[in-house]
Write a protein that binds this ligand. Structure first.
Ligand SMILES: NCCC[C@H](NC(=O)CCC(=O)O)C(=O)O
Ligand SMILES: NC(=O)OP(=O)(O)O
Length: 314
């Protein structure tokens, strides 16, 4: 593994998943790998889970860790090549990333999409620029189009809680008050379409089709109740339109996940990456039900990150 930005970077996912299960069972058993190593984390956007689980993962591995919130903790960073920096930006990422690379052995980076320039977002122009300026391996802490650590944690959660050999996993769109990135659903599809024991079904209102590069022929069912029938796992998430880029096409409250939606499933376990807008995306009754895995899922973020750090530092 050179960098960790997508399912493809995971390589042999079965081996990586096995490693994650072993690390979870023995979290402090790999501290030689992190000894005298430093993990750097830079956030261009807010975070709770990714930030804290990454710090915990580094500690578990015996590594040191620093965190920088770009712009608020540091100089305001310029990202445009060739910019005449006579405005509010004070330092170019070209120097900043190269300098930070000297202070760590692996660099985690969080960026979000513009949701206005699809070509730049889906070309991962900003993230790829960071990779090109970095002189250490780079881990995506969520980029413009993907959130691989989240999906790896989702896979770990499904793998450790599934009750049958094969499972039906449903990704359902949920309403929201803002236009959100497609990273989490793209990434969920990127990871779950190729798992041989998963039947993935995606459900959303028309117009919310994701980039087929990530859905790769997964079944799309526009009738949410039909999609949910017999599901073993349900992951809910809002996203804005990919085709009508960054637009909110629906706020239909009927898509909010409630016990009535869950009634047709196979007593499905419930997943959400968090943060979640309660009683907009998902009702309290689903989030707080015994079938809700959201806290365990967030807990697994530590082991996803620790496994990736282990791969890159060993
Ligand atoms: N990192 C996990 C999700 C991050 C982001 N959610 C958000 O921005 C929610 C913000 C709000 O609820 O206003 C997303 O959907 O990609
Ligand atoms: N799920 C997730 O990535 O959460 P944060 O945005 O809080 O890191």
């Amino acid at each position: 593994m050179k960098n960790f930005t997508s399912f493809a970077d995971a390589g042999d996912y079965k081996a990586l998943l096995q490693q994650a299960l072993e690390i979870k069972a023995n979290p402090f058993g790999y501290q030689e790998v992190g000894r005298n190593k430093t993990v750097g984390l830079i956030f261009f956007n807010p975070s709770l889970r990714t930030r804290l689980s990454s710090v915990k993962a580094a500690y578990n591995l015996g590594a040191q860790v620093w965190v920088l919130n770009a712009g608020t903790d540091s100089w305001t960073l310029e990202t445009v090549d060739g910019a005449v920096m006579d405005g509010s930006t004070q330092e170019h990422i070209k120097e900043a990333i190269a300098v930070m690379s000297q202070y760590c052995d692996v660099l985690g980076v969080r960026t979000f999409p513009t949701l206005t320039d699809r070509e730049a977002d889906y070309g991962e122009v900003f993230f790829n620029k960071i990779i090109s300026y970095a002189t250490v391996p780079v881990i995506s802490l969520e980029s413009a189009t993907l959130h691989p650590l989240q999906s790896f944690a989702d896979l770990l959660t499904v793998a450790e809680t599934k009750r049958t050999e094969r499972v039906k996993v449903v990704l359902t769109w949920a309403p929201h008050v803002r236009a959100l990135p497609q990273c989490v659903p793209n990434s969920f599809c990127d990871w779950f379409t190729d798992i041989d024991w998963v039947d993935l079904v995606i459900t959303h209102p028309e117009g919310y089709e994701l980039d087929p590069i990530f859905t790769r022929g997964a079944r799309i069912e526009y009738d949410q109740h039909k999609a949910l029938a017999g599901a073993d796992f349900v992951q809910a998430k809002n996203w804005s339109s990919y085709h009508d880029y960054g637009q909110v096409l629906s706020t239909d409250p009927n898509w909010m996940l409630t016990p009535a939606h869950m009634a047709g499933t196979n007593d499905a376990r419930f997943l959400h990456c968090l943060p979640v807008r309660r009683n907009v995306e998902v009702s309290d009754a689903v989030l707080d039900s015994p079938n809700s895995l959201i806290i365990q899922q967030a807990g697994n973020r530590t082991f996803a990150m620790q496994t990736v750090l282990h791969e890159l530092l060993k």
